[in-house]
Design a protein around this ligand. Structure first.
Ligand code: FES
Length: 135
């Protein structure tokens, strides 16, 4: 079975709210558009699609992005600036390539780019196929 990957970007992060409604472009929208622009020419754009989501419960650590794949660790990153430079955006995709190429999706701190070094909010393991045998 082929491993399904996804790069989630919260588009609600850093929103401006007025009278209970979001107004204008959020920081998350901006980050999503920047990532999407480079993503379309990225070698893994089909294997590792980018997907907007409306919240990953990391709201007080905006902006939030997540690498997820079946059978791999899930990484949730917060404190990602919505104003990354083009090279920083490219570095995020480069990091996603490392995630893609590692069988368990492990991303050691030293191998992560600056925007993804400090803000790791979660690193969640994949369930083991034989976990039931431990109980
Ligand atoms: S608004 Fe982005 S994680 Fe909740």
């Amino acid at each position: 079975m082929k491993t399904q990957h996804a790069l989630f970007v919260c588009t609600t992060c850093s929103s401006v709210w007025k009278d209970g409604k979001r107004v204008g472009e959020s920081g998350g929208d901006k980050l999503f558009k920047q990532l999407q622009e480079l993503h379309q020419d990225w070698e893994l754009h089909q294997e590792f699609p980018i997907q907007p989501v409306e919240c990953m419960s990391a709201c007080n650590r905006a902006c939030a992005i997540c690498f997820v794949a079946n059978g791999k660790y899930t990484y949730l990153f917060g404190d990602v600036s919505p104003d990354l430079s083009t090279s920083e955006i490219a570095n995020v995709l480069e990091c996603a390539s490392k995630y893609y190429n590692h069988s368990e999706g492990l991303l050691p701190w030293a191998e992560r780019p600056e925007p993804l070094k400090k803000g790791v909010l979660a690193r969640i393991p994949s369930p083991k196929a034989d976990a039931g045998e431990l109980n």
